[in-house]
Design a binder for this molecule. Structure first.
Ligand code: BTN
Length: 242
């Protein structure tokens, strides 16, 4: 198992907004903690293990201690109508960082699962504080898992399984944060998101809180909504049917 080193992270993040980094051997959830506590722009909580990790749509999120990179980051100054774009930027940042550390090509499944060969390596959860003052993005990346850690039916893989090597988790974390630091400041990443997004052009089924939508996903709007037929979907679980 590689160590998660706060000094190594800070050194790699000089010149970015991410200057307040905490590393925990174990925590309930980096996301729950950061959403509840708030803090300065650029605060980051990284953990080796979570006892109450949260996934999207109220699901729990289990980790294999030492194999998964798990962190949450706080951003201030994001207008509430642009908060959902932060999660799209997160997808692009992870895709770029994984490709920089490996020889593999990644793809995105809307809104922000990062995949290799159609199997998930990363999930994200983006939340706006109830005050509307800050956004917290939580990221979990399968880095060092072996096939035994990820039963086939999960539809998941890890960087180690897909590429044969696993980067240090803190190095990967720093690369993701450096990419995000650049992306959240600008407007230009939506086209890159679209190019990387495997959902565009796919036949999809989207499970919504009050029903489901089926059809071909034609585009992702500038505000992050997925277009399926006459529907603009802001939040929901997507299944790629074909
Ligand atoms: C999903 O795909 O359902 C989103 C998973 C998000 C998991 C990460 S791990 C770090 C952060 N802390 C949490 O409790 N969840 C996110």
């Amino acid at each position: 198992m590689d160590d998660l080193s706060a000094p190594r992270l800070l050194k790699a993040l000089v010149g970015t907004r991410f200057q307040h980094i905490e590393v925990h051997p174990s925590i309930g959830s980096t996301q729950t903690t950061l959403v509840a506590e708030g803090g300065r722009d650029g605060r980051v909580i990284v953990a080796d293990h979570q006892t109450a990790g949260r996934g999207r749509a109220g699901r729990s999120w289990l980790d294999v201690p030492g194999a998964m990179l798990m962190f949450s980051l706080l951003l201030r100054g994001i207008p509430s109508d642009r908060a959902s774009r932060v999660a799209l930027a997160g997808g692009v940042a992870v895709a770029r960082a994984v490709e920089a550390h490996t020889n593999v090509q990644t793809g995105l499944k809307w809104p922000n699962d990062v995949r290799i060969g159609g199997r998930k390596i990363c999930g994200m959860i983006g939340e706006l504080a109830t005050s509307g003052d800050y956004v917290v993005l939580g990221i979990g990346v399968n880095v060092g898992h072996t096939p035994d850690d990820l039963p086939d039916e999960l539809g998941a893989t890890s960087i180690r399984i897909a590429s044969g090597t696993a980067p240090r988790r803190d190095d990967l974390c720093a690369s993701i944060l450096r990419e995000l630091d650049e992306l959240v400041g600008g407007d230009d990443f939506i086209d890159e998101y679209r190019k990387r997004c495997e959902t565009i052009g796919a036949e999809v089924r989207v499970e919504l809180a009050d029903g489901k939508v089926e059809g071909i996903a034609t585009d992702v709007r500038d505000d992050g909504a997925l277009l399926v037929g006459e529907w603009a979907i802001v939040a929901g679980d997507v299944v790629h049917v074909r």
